[in-house]
Design a protein around this ligand. Structure first.
Ligand SMILES: O=C(O)CCC(=O)N[C@@H](CCC(=O)O)C(=O)O
Ligand SMILES: [Zn+2]
Length: 349
Protein backbone atom coordinates (compact mmCIF):
# COMPACT_ATOMS: atom_id res chain seq x y z
CA UNK A 1 0.00 0.00 0.00
CA UNK A 2 2.87 2.38 0.75
CA UNK A 3 3.92 2.04 -2.88
CA UNK A 4 1.23 4.59 -3.75
CA UNK A 5 2.84 7.11 -1.40
CA UNK A 6 6.38 6.33 -2.56
CA UNK A 7 5.22 6.86 -6.17
CA UNK A 8 3.13 10.02 -5.69
CA UNK A 9 5.22 11.56 -2.85
CA UNK A 10 1.96 13.28 -1.97
CA UNK A 11 1.11 12.48 1.64
CA UNK A 12 -2.08 14.57 1.59
CA UNK A 13 -3.45 12.61 -1.37
CA UNK A 14 -2.38 9.34 0.28
CA UNK A 15 -4.12 10.38 3.52
CA UNK A 16 -7.33 11.44 1.82
CA UNK A 17 -7.36 8.21 -0.22
CA UNK A 18 -7.15 6.31 3.09
CA UNK A 19 -9.01 8.56 5.54
CA UNK A 20 -10.27 6.12 8.11
CA UNK A 21 -7.52 3.76 9.00
CA UNK A 22 -4.26 2.74 7.46
CA UNK A 23 -4.34 -0.92 8.39
CA UNK A 24 -0.84 -2.09 7.64
CA UNK A 25 1.18 0.93 8.67
CA UNK A 26 4.64 0.54 7.22
CA UNK A 27 8.21 1.64 6.90
CA UNK A 28 10.50 2.58 4.04
CA UNK A 29 13.82 4.32 3.53
CA UNK A 30 14.86 7.46 1.76
CA UNK A 31 18.39 6.82 0.49
CA UNK A 32 20.74 5.75 3.27
CA UNK A 33 19.85 8.66 5.49
CA UNK A 34 16.20 8.55 6.62
CA UNK A 35 13.73 5.97 7.81
CA UNK A 36 10.09 6.85 7.15
CA UNK A 37 7.28 5.33 9.21
CA UNK A 38 3.56 5.68 8.54
CA UNK A 39 1.71 4.92 11.76
CA UNK A 40 -1.89 5.63 10.74
CA UNK A 41 -3.85 7.77 8.34
CA UNK A 42 -2.30 11.25 8.41
CA UNK A 43 0.58 10.19 10.66
CA UNK A 44 4.14 10.05 9.26
CA UNK A 45 7.53 10.09 11.00
CA UNK A 46 10.95 10.95 9.58
CA UNK A 47 13.84 9.39 11.56
CA UNK A 48 17.35 10.45 10.48
CA UNK A 49 19.72 7.50 10.63
CA UNK A 50 22.45 9.92 11.73
CA UNK A 51 20.84 10.19 15.19
CA UNK A 52 22.65 7.58 17.24
CA UNK A 53 20.71 5.55 19.80
CA UNK A 54 20.83 7.39 23.10
CA UNK A 55 21.93 10.65 21.48
CA UNK A 56 20.76 13.76 23.24
CA UNK A 57 22.05 16.17 20.60
CA UNK A 58 18.92 16.29 18.48
CA UNK A 59 15.43 17.84 18.58
CA UNK A 60 12.10 16.00 18.43
CA UNK A 61 9.67 18.08 16.35
CA UNK A 62 5.89 17.59 15.98
CA UNK A 63 4.14 19.56 13.24
CA UNK A 64 0.37 19.10 13.30
CA UNK A 65 -2.31 20.52 11.03
CA UNK A 66 -5.97 19.81 10.21
CA UNK A 67 -6.98 19.44 13.84
CA UNK A 68 -9.72 21.55 12.23
CA UNK A 69 -10.47 19.99 8.85
CA UNK A 70 -11.27 23.15 6.89
CA UNK A 71 -8.06 25.02 7.88
CA UNK A 72 -6.25 24.29 4.64
CA UNK A 73 -3.18 26.56 4.54
CA UNK A 74 -1.34 24.61 7.27
CA UNK A 75 -2.22 21.35 5.49
CA UNK A 76 -0.73 22.63 2.22
CA UNK A 77 2.35 23.85 4.08
CA UNK A 78 2.96 20.55 5.90
CA UNK A 79 2.33 18.58 2.71
CA UNK A 80 4.91 20.72 0.88
CA UNK A 81 7.51 20.04 3.60
CA UNK A 82 6.74 16.30 3.53
CA UNK A 83 7.06 16.29 -0.26
CA UNK A 84 10.46 18.00 -0.09
CA UNK A 85 11.63 15.37 2.42
CA UNK A 86 10.32 12.48 0.31
CA UNK A 87 11.92 13.96 -2.82
CA UNK A 88 15.24 14.46 -0.96
CA UNK A 89 15.14 18.18 -1.72
CA UNK A 90 15.75 18.53 2.01
CA UNK A 91 17.19 15.96 4.41
CA UNK A 92 15.93 15.77 7.99
CA UNK A 93 18.58 16.04 10.69
CA UNK A 94 16.01 16.07 13.50
CA UNK A 95 13.24 13.57 14.24
CA UNK A 96 9.97 14.91 12.80
CA UNK A 97 6.38 13.71 13.31
CA UNK A 98 3.76 15.19 10.97
CA UNK A 99 0.11 14.80 11.97
CA UNK A 100 -2.94 15.54 9.81
CA UNK A 101 -5.41 15.68 12.67
CA UNK A 102 -8.83 14.98 11.19
CA UNK A 103 -8.78 13.47 7.65
CA UNK A 104 -12.58 12.86 7.44
CA UNK A 105 -13.16 16.55 8.26
CA UNK A 106 -10.62 17.58 5.57
CA UNK A 107 -12.66 15.60 3.04
CA UNK A 108 -15.87 17.12 4.41
CA UNK A 109 -14.40 20.63 4.22
CA UNK A 110 -15.58 21.33 7.77
CA UNK A 111 -14.04 22.27 11.11
CA UNK A 112 -15.07 18.87 12.49
CA UNK A 113 -17.55 16.06 11.87
CA UNK A 114 -19.25 15.61 15.26
CA UNK A 115 -17.16 17.37 17.89
CA UNK A 116 -14.35 19.96 17.96
CA UNK A 117 -11.17 17.84 18.13
CA UNK A 118 -9.25 20.64 19.82
CA UNK A 119 -11.53 20.41 22.87
CA UNK A 120 -10.83 16.71 23.38
CA UNK A 121 -7.18 16.45 24.45
CA UNK A 122 -5.75 15.92 27.91
CA UNK A 123 -8.13 13.07 28.48
CA UNK A 124 -11.32 15.00 27.59
CA UNK A 125 -11.91 12.40 24.84
CA UNK A 126 -12.76 9.81 27.48
CA UNK A 127 -14.75 12.04 29.86
CA UNK A 128 -18.55 12.08 29.98
CA UNK A 129 -19.99 9.80 27.33
CA UNK A 130 -16.50 8.44 26.51
CA UNK A 131 -15.10 7.41 23.12
CA UNK A 132 -18.43 7.74 21.32
CA UNK A 133 -17.52 9.58 18.11
CA UNK A 134 -14.67 9.68 15.54
CA UNK A 135 -13.09 12.83 16.98
CA UNK A 136 -12.94 11.37 20.49
CA UNK A 137 -11.30 8.22 19.16
CA UNK A 138 -8.86 10.25 17.04
CA UNK A 139 -7.92 12.57 19.94
CA UNK A 140 -6.95 9.57 22.05
CA UNK A 141 -4.89 8.10 19.19
CA UNK A 142 -3.17 11.44 18.48
CA UNK A 143 -2.17 11.63 22.15
CA UNK A 144 -0.75 8.11 21.87
CA UNK A 145 1.25 9.00 18.74
CA UNK A 146 2.74 12.01 20.51
CA UNK A 147 3.49 9.81 23.54
CA UNK A 148 5.26 7.24 21.38
CA UNK A 149 7.20 9.88 19.45
CA UNK A 150 8.34 11.78 22.53
CA UNK A 151 9.11 8.62 24.53
CA UNK A 152 11.97 7.09 22.56
CA UNK A 153 15.02 5.95 24.49
CA UNK A 154 17.05 8.95 23.39
CA UNK A 155 16.31 12.09 25.34
CA UNK A 156 16.38 15.01 22.91
CA UNK A 157 17.80 18.41 23.84
CA UNK A 158 14.44 19.96 22.91
CA UNK A 159 10.88 18.84 22.23
CA UNK A 160 8.82 21.06 19.96
CA UNK A 161 5.16 20.95 18.91
CA UNK A 162 3.73 23.54 16.53
CA UNK A 163 -0.02 22.93 16.03
CA UNK A 164 -0.88 24.91 12.89
CA UNK A 165 -4.32 26.47 12.37
CA UNK A 166 -6.12 29.30 10.59
CA UNK A 167 -8.73 31.52 12.25
CA UNK A 168 -12.41 31.91 11.37
CA UNK A 169 -12.18 35.74 11.34
CA UNK A 170 -9.71 38.19 9.94
CA UNK A 171 -7.24 39.45 12.55
CA UNK A 172 -5.53 42.79 13.19
CA UNK A 173 -2.38 40.68 13.66
CA UNK A 174 -2.58 38.25 10.75
CA UNK A 175 -0.40 35.51 12.26
CA UNK A 176 -0.28 34.80 15.97
CA UNK A 177 0.56 32.07 18.45
CA UNK A 178 -1.10 30.90 21.65
CA UNK A 179 1.43 29.97 24.32
CA UNK A 180 -0.26 27.32 26.49
CA UNK A 181 -0.54 27.77 30.27
CA UNK A 182 2.88 27.09 31.79
CA UNK A 183 2.86 27.37 35.57
CA UNK A 184 6.35 27.36 37.08
CA UNK A 185 8.07 27.57 33.69
CA UNK A 186 9.31 30.75 32.09
CA UNK A 187 8.31 31.68 28.57
CA UNK A 188 11.08 31.11 26.04
CA UNK A 189 12.52 34.29 24.52
CA UNK A 190 14.24 32.12 21.91
CA UNK A 191 10.92 30.54 20.86
CA UNK A 192 9.22 33.94 20.66
CA UNK A 193 12.00 35.17 18.39
CA UNK A 194 11.79 31.97 16.32
CA UNK A 195 8.09 32.71 15.80
CA UNK A 196 8.92 36.31 14.94
CA UNK A 197 11.41 35.10 12.31
CA UNK A 198 8.55 32.95 10.91
CA UNK A 199 6.43 36.10 10.45
CA UNK A 200 4.35 35.32 13.56
CA UNK A 201 4.80 38.56 15.47
CA UNK A 202 2.06 38.20 18.09
CA UNK A 203 1.91 35.85 21.09
CA UNK A 204 -0.92 35.28 23.58
CA UNK A 205 -0.06 33.81 26.96
CA UNK A 206 -2.84 31.50 28.07
CA UNK A 207 -3.99 31.83 31.66
CA UNK A 208 -5.35 28.36 32.45
CA UNK A 209 -5.20 24.66 31.51
CA UNK A 210 -7.10 23.76 28.34
CA UNK A 211 -8.11 20.69 26.35
CA UNK A 212 -6.07 21.75 23.30
CA UNK A 213 -3.41 19.69 21.50
CA UNK A 214 -0.60 22.16 22.15
CA UNK A 215 -1.31 22.20 25.88
CA UNK A 216 -1.12 18.38 25.88
CA UNK A 217 2.50 18.42 24.62
CA UNK A 218 3.45 21.38 26.76
CA UNK A 219 2.09 19.88 29.98
CA UNK A 220 3.09 16.26 29.51
CA UNK A 221 6.44 16.63 27.72
CA UNK A 222 7.55 20.17 28.62
CA UNK A 223 7.60 20.73 24.87
CA UNK A 224 7.95 24.18 23.40
CA UNK A 225 4.39 23.92 22.14
CA UNK A 226 2.12 26.50 20.53
CA UNK A 227 -1.18 26.74 18.72
CA UNK A 228 -0.30 28.87 15.71
CA UNK A 229 -2.85 30.83 13.68
CA UNK A 230 -1.71 31.59 10.13
CA UNK A 231 -4.40 33.93 8.82
CA UNK A 232 -8.02 33.53 7.86
CA UNK A 233 -9.49 30.17 6.95
CA UNK A 234 -9.82 29.58 3.17
CA UNK A 235 -10.60 26.54 0.98
CA UNK A 236 -7.90 24.54 -0.80
CA UNK A 237 -6.44 26.42 -3.74
CA UNK A 238 -7.41 29.85 -2.37
CA UNK A 239 -4.47 30.32 0.01
CA UNK A 240 -1.75 32.75 -1.00
CA UNK A 241 1.20 30.52 -0.10
CA UNK A 242 3.63 33.43 -0.57
CA UNK A 243 2.40 34.59 2.86
CA UNK A 244 4.14 31.57 4.40
CA UNK A 245 7.57 31.87 2.79
CA UNK A 246 9.30 32.94 6.03
CA UNK A 247 7.55 30.23 8.06
CA UNK A 248 8.43 27.51 5.55
CA UNK A 249 12.04 28.66 5.41
CA UNK A 250 12.36 28.60 9.23
CA UNK A 251 10.72 25.17 9.54
CA UNK A 252 13.05 23.95 6.82
CA UNK A 253 16.07 25.25 8.78
CA UNK A 254 14.72 23.70 12.00
CA UNK A 255 14.24 20.27 10.43
CA UNK A 256 17.56 20.28 8.57
CA UNK A 257 19.50 21.72 11.52
CA UNK A 258 20.60 24.77 9.51
CA UNK A 259 21.53 27.89 11.51
CA UNK A 260 18.35 29.69 12.62
CA UNK A 261 19.98 33.13 12.73
CA UNK A 262 17.55 34.42 15.36
CA UNK A 263 17.61 37.97 16.65
CA UNK A 264 18.07 38.62 20.37
CA UNK A 265 14.77 38.99 22.23
CA UNK A 266 13.38 42.44 21.56
CA UNK A 267 9.94 43.20 22.94
CA UNK A 268 9.49 46.04 20.44
CA UNK A 269 9.45 43.50 17.59
CA UNK A 270 6.50 41.50 18.96
CA UNK A 271 2.99 42.06 20.31
CA UNK A 272 2.50 40.23 23.60
CA UNK A 273 -0.92 39.69 25.13
CA UNK A 274 -2.02 38.06 28.36
CA UNK A 275 -5.31 36.16 28.25
CA UNK A 276 -7.26 37.63 31.16
CA UNK A 277 -10.35 35.48 30.85
CA UNK A 278 -12.21 33.00 28.71
CA UNK A 279 -15.93 33.68 28.49
CA UNK A 280 -17.75 30.36 28.35
CA UNK A 281 -21.26 29.95 26.99
CA UNK A 282 -23.80 29.61 29.80
CA UNK A 283 -27.07 29.75 27.90
CA UNK A 284 -28.35 28.85 24.43
CA UNK A 285 -29.31 32.47 23.70
CA UNK A 286 -25.70 33.74 24.02
CA UNK A 287 -25.03 36.51 21.48
CA UNK A 288 -22.31 39.07 20.87
CA UNK A 289 -23.21 42.73 20.53
CA UNK A 290 -20.60 43.34 17.82
CA UNK A 291 -20.78 42.39 14.15
CA UNK A 292 -19.55 39.14 12.63
CA UNK A 293 -16.85 40.95 10.67
CA UNK A 294 -15.23 42.57 13.73
CA UNK A 295 -11.61 41.44 13.59
CA UNK A 296 -9.67 39.46 16.18
CA UNK A 297 -7.71 41.82 18.51
CA UNK A 298 -10.33 44.57 18.32
CA UNK A 299 -10.20 46.39 21.68
CA UNK A 300 -13.17 47.52 23.76
CA UNK A 301 -13.25 49.92 26.75
CA UNK A 302 -14.17 49.06 30.35
CA UNK A 303 -17.91 48.62 30.78
CA UNK A 304 -18.60 47.92 27.11
CA UNK A 305 -21.27 45.21 26.76
CA UNK A 306 -19.57 42.46 24.75
CA UNK A 307 -22.33 39.89 24.85
CA UNK A 308 -25.73 39.04 26.30
CA UNK A 309 -27.09 35.75 27.57
CA UNK A 310 -29.82 34.58 29.93
CA UNK A 311 -31.03 38.16 30.38
CA UNK A 312 -27.57 39.32 31.56
CA UNK A 313 -24.94 41.62 30.07
CA UNK A 314 -21.30 40.49 29.85
CA UNK A 315 -19.07 43.56 30.13
CA UNK A 316 -15.42 44.45 29.67
CA UNK A 317 -13.80 44.29 33.14
CA UNK A 318 -10.35 45.86 32.57
CA UNK A 319 -9.56 49.36 31.26
CA UNK A 320 -9.30 47.85 27.79
CA UNK A 321 -9.78 44.27 26.62
CA UNK A 322 -9.09 42.94 23.13
CA UNK A 323 -11.07 39.97 21.92
CA UNK A 324 -9.95 36.90 20.00
CA UNK A 325 -11.84 33.88 18.58
CA UNK A 326 -15.39 35.16 19.23
CA UNK A 327 -17.79 32.38 18.32
CA UNK A 328 -21.32 32.28 19.73
CA UNK A 329 -22.14 29.04 17.90
CA UNK A 330 -20.37 26.70 20.32
CA UNK A 331 -22.09 24.22 22.65
CA UNK A 332 -23.10 25.47 26.12
CA UNK A 333 -20.09 25.17 28.42
CA UNK A 334 -17.48 25.88 25.75
CA UNK A 335 -15.38 29.01 25.18
CA UNK A 336 -17.08 31.77 23.20
CA UNK A 337 -14.20 34.27 23.26
CA UNK A 338 -10.84 35.01 24.87
CA UNK A 339 -10.27 38.46 26.39
CA UNK A 340 -6.75 39.91 26.28
CA UNK A 341 -4.77 42.61 28.01
CA UNK A 342 -1.17 43.71 27.36
CA UNK A 343 1.34 41.18 28.77
CA UNK A 344 4.31 41.90 30.97
CA UNK A 345 7.72 40.60 29.87
CA UNK A 346 8.76 39.63 33.43
CA UNK A 347 8.45 35.90 32.90
CA UNK A 348 10.29 35.69 29.58
CA UNK A 349 13.86 34.35 29.63
O1 LIG B 1 -11.00 31.55 14.77
C1 LIG B 1 -11.52 30.90 15.68
O2 LIG B 1 -12.55 31.28 16.27
C2 LIG B 1 -10.91 29.60 16.14
C3 LIG B 1 -9.54 29.31 15.57
C4 LIG B 1 -8.99 28.10 16.29
O3 LIG B 1 -9.26 27.00 15.89
N1 LIG B 1 -8.28 28.35 17.39
C5 LIG B 1 -7.85 27.32 18.29
C6 LIG B 1 -7.09 27.94 19.42
C7 LIG B 1 -6.63 26.89 20.40
C8 LIG B 1 -5.90 27.48 21.62
O4 LIG B 1 -6.53 28.26 22.36
O5 LIG B 1 -4.74 27.12 21.84
C9 LIG B 1 -9.09 26.61 18.81
O6 LIG B 1 -10.10 27.29 19.05
O7 LIG B 1 -9.04 25.40 18.99
ZN1 LIG C 1 -8.22 25.73 14.19
Amino acid sequence: MLQALIKSQDFLKFTLDNPQYFEEGGTFSIGEHTQVEVWDTGVIVFEPRSIAAGSSEHKDIVLSCAVHGNETAPIELCNALIKELLQEKIIAKQRVLFLFGNPPAIINGTRFIEENLNRLFNGAHSAGEGLTNPERIRAKKLEQYVDTFFSTKSKPMQRIHYDLHTAIRASKHEKFAIYPYRPGRQYSAEQIMFLEACGIDTVLFHHEPTTTFSYYSSKNYQADAFTIELGKVLPFGKNDMTRFIALKEMLNRLITDAPLGLNKFDETQVNLYQVCRAINKGFDDFEFTFANDVENFTAFPRGYILAKEGGMDIKVEHDVEAIVFPNAKVPVGQRTVLCLKPASTDNIA
